[in-house]
Write a protein that binds this ligand. Structure first.
Ligand SMILES: [Zn+2]
Ligand SMILES: [Zn+2]
Length: 754
């Protein structure tokens, strides 16, 4: 006998994750009647039954939710009973306010993998097998609420067998929107690089054979194309590197199984958890000494970026022991290709063959890249598998669009207490990247139903993102680059401040006309004070000095030794780069020689002095190689100097760089000096932080900026500050590089316009 009726509204990631079938089965179990439906804000349901049954149902709702569901809130309101006869799933209601959360893309689940490889299953070797627990989501969704009609699966009409699964609440494909089979669903095709069809036999076996033979294969995946080669084939990897115009930057790999990954890399428990998670990011792992993969995958690098299969096609392509390079399908710095015609046009000079399919990707997303630091994830790139899940904020903000920086761009939209950071866009100075950026901003606004009231951008007037922001018809809040970095960490950890923020990166626009990037800020979510910084180095040639670290290093040698530097037994002085006299002459007159406090420039200068790297082929390369050189050496604290004027601390580079030059000439190994550089910078940084902490009475230290991708420096600073019982906060949800910048911009702009 019905005695109670309730209306329940659930928000969070509850669509496309098997939530309605879960509710349906729960209703059967508890013997309650009513209905469940997706609406644009989440899931709503009405229940009628005894009070005990309803209480039991609600408790189970919270504790037994499907693995991919993330419940933010459950609201329960009492109703008059209507006398429902049973329980039903009602069609989605297209409400006015669309705030339901779209699920990120999910790796193929174990049940689907089992069916995929089971010869008597009707989806045996079908490369689009999925269920309510797995498959594409964000990549194929055009609009909300999440229903098949709003996805790129719209054009495939389900066959009777698939439709029966889709309609049966007891089936694990009940309302699985991408549900498909070989009869009714999308299909892969194997093409050569002229677009001709190679169609005979099992195309996956054939593609695998092509890879084994040394070919380069472009493979369409979830969020875009990959370029694949056999990772054990040195010649093939070198050919891919040459065709992709990528000289030194490491390639990501995919291993056919966890065991194969473990055969070549060391995998801790935390790393294994990340590798096998539903997000399936690329995880940075230490190579084993006996690793026999091609050396040109990551030249000189003891780490390898590894991931495990996450689509059915990956399982069909890679055998258990296989390891393939699986790098983004693009040339150099262009955005990843995701549309078929575009991929064929852009990648046909790189790939020998194409494995394409006819399920369109609506929104591109590169693979995410994560490493484990202190047993927890530390993001290098946050994209597929994580986007568009929000970062939950401490307080509600007005709707903000934060346009991000220039390099490694992501943008951010806020809605209530949630911040949605976009997938990795890339370097905006590249025109196709900029175009995809503009399209993506519009798509995310529609998908998240956010109409921004404010736009946040960097202070740098030259960034394309800043120009984009200025062209919108919205109030603009320009945010200092390093303040945004610090605020991003604060937002993740729900800190209101003030904190001491240490923001170390390459270069960012400082309000005083110099380039900042070695900053100690006393900051809250609205304002900051520059409480200290690294001393400024001249950058002879401006932007050129960033690509050619020998320039600031040479300036320093002349500063230290005058004209006599050419006689010094220092690698750079012994083999002077062409044009060096002009560079020094221009620097002496201050022509095109801006001053920069960027920590990245200190790394560059040290790397060039030590003879480790004098010109770079990708951003941050000199710092990466300096860190690699230091591996396995215990750093010593070399001389350094910190001083205070008018409440602001400056860390002088002269004692440190002077000591490095003396030691080089005394014959100390460059690897030892690379380690010394890290330890000295860490010690000096901690000393400045302690001074500021004492003066300001603040014990919370926040670390951000691209330089903190350097784990050697990061861990030494964490260790030293912990001894002073200061509390340290790092990024845990968004990247420490400029890929996390937009989150900080959004929060600052939101707090300022509250
Ligand atoms: Zn599945
Ligand atoms: Zn079918």
């Amino acid at each position: 006998m019905t005695n109670t009726a309730v209306h329940i509204h659930i928000t969070g990631i509850v669509q496309g994750v098997g939530f309605r079938p879960f509710v349906y089965n729960l209703a059967e179990q508890y013997g309650v009647r009513g209905w469940v439906s997706n609406n644009a804000n989440g899931v709503e349901l009405e229940l009628e039954g005894s009070q005990t049954a309803i209480d039991g149902f609600i408790a189970a709702l919270k504790h037994q939710a499907p693995p991919l569901a993330v419940i933010d809130a459950i609201t329960v309101a009492c109703r008059e009973p209507c006398g429902y006869a049973g329980f039903s799933i009602r069609p989605s209601v297209d409400g006015q306010c669309k705030t339901a959360l779209v699920s990120p893309d999910v790796a193929t689940c174990p049940n689907c993998v089992r069916e995929l490889l089971q010869p008597d299953d009707r989806r045996y070797r079908y490369p689009f097998i999925n269920c309510t627990d797995c498959g594409p989501r964000f990549a194929i969704i055009e609009d909300i609420p999440y229903d098949r009609q709003a996805t790129t699966m719209r054009r495939f009409t389900m066959c009777p067998a698939c439709q029966a699964e889709y309609d049966n609440p007891a089936n694990r494909r009940f309302h699985a929107q991408p549900n498909a089979c070989p009869v009714c669903g999308p299909a892969y095709r194997l093409l050569d690089n002229a677009g001709r069809l190679l169609s005979d036999g099992d195309i996956f076996a054939r593609a695998a054979k092509l890879i084994a033979g040394g070919s380069i294969l472009a493979v369409k995946g979830i969020g875009g194309y990959h370029l694949a080669v056999n990772a054990r084939d040195e010649a093939a990897v070198a050919r891919l590197r040459a065709r992709k115009v990528r000289e030194d930057k490491p390639f990501a790999l995919m291993a056919g199984s966890l065991a194969a990954a473990k055969a070549h890399c060391l995998v801790s428990a935390a790393e294994e958890q990340l590798l096998t998670s539903a997000a399936r990011p690329v995880v940075l792992l230490a190579k084993r000494d006996n690793c026999r993969l091609a050396g040109s995958i990551a030249p000189g690098n003891p780490y390898i970026g590894m991931m495990l299969p996450y689509t059915p096609a990956h399982y069909l392509l890679l055998g258990q022991d296989d390891i393939w390079v699986m790098t983004s399908g693009n040339s150099s710095d262009e955005p990843i290709a995701y549309q078929d015609d575009d991929a064929l046009a852009r990648l046909n000079t790189i790939a020998d063959y194409f494995l394409v399919h006819d399920r369109d990707i609506y929104c591109r997303a590169d693979d995410s890249v994560v490493r484990v630091v202190e047993e927890q994830p530390y993001f290098i790139r946050r994209s597929r598998g994580y986007v568009p899940a929000p970062v939950n904020l401490a307080r509600e903000l007005p709707p903000v669009l934060a346009v991000g920086g220039e390099l490694k761009n992501t943008f951010c939209l806020t809605r209530g207490k949630q911040a949605f950071l976009s997938a990795h866009t890339g370097d905006l100075e590249n025109l196709p990247t900029y175009q995809s950026y503009v399209e993506a901003i519009e798509h995310y606004q529609r998908l998240l139903s956010v109409t921004p009231q404010v736009v946040a951008c960097d202070l740098h007037p030259g960034y394309l993102s800043t120009k984009y922001a200025a062209a919108l018809d919205l109030p603009v809040v320009a945010v200092q680059h390093h303040h945004a970095h610090i605020a991003a960490v604060m937002a993740e950890h729900h800190l209101q401040g003030p904190v001491i923020g240490i923001a170390f990166d390459g270069t960012g626009y400082g309000p005083d006309g110099t380039l900042w990037g070695g900053e100690f800020l006393v900051a809250d979510l609205k304002e900051y004070r520059r409480a200290g910084h690294l001393a400024t180095l001249p950058l002879p040639g401006g932007a050129k000095a960033i690509r050619e670290p020998w320039r600031p290093a040479l300036w320093w040698l002349q500063e230290l030794y005058g004209q006599d530097f050419v006689n010094r037994n220092i690698p750079l002085a012994q083999a002077l780069p062409p044009g060096w006299e002009l560079v020094l002459a221009a620097a002496a007159k201050g022509i095109n020689t801006p001053l920069a406090s960027g920590a990245g420039r200190w790394f560059d200068t040290a790397a060039a002095l030590l003879g480790i790297r004098r010109t770079i082929n990708y951003e941050g390369q000199a710092a990466v190689e300096l860190e690699l050189a230091a591996q396995g050496h215990n750093g010593r604290v070399l001389p350094y100097a910190v001083s205070e004027t008018g409440g602001s601390w400056v860390l002088d580079y002269r004692p440190l760089f002077g000591a490095l030059c003396r030691e080089i000439q005394a014959g100390t190994a460059s690897a030892q000096l690379a380690a010394d550089f890290h330890t000295t910078l860490a010690a000096a940084t901690c000393e400045v932080a302690r001074h500021i902490s004492r003066a300001a009475g603040i014990r919370e230290i926040v670390l951000s900026g691209g330089v903190f991708q350097n784990i050697t420096l990061l861990q030494q600073i964490i260790g030293m500050l912990a001894q002073n019982r200061l509390t340290i906060y790092l990024h845990r949800q968004v990247p420490t590089n400029d890929g996390g910048l937009a989150l900080g911009q959004a929060v600052i702009a939101g707090e300022r316009s509250r």
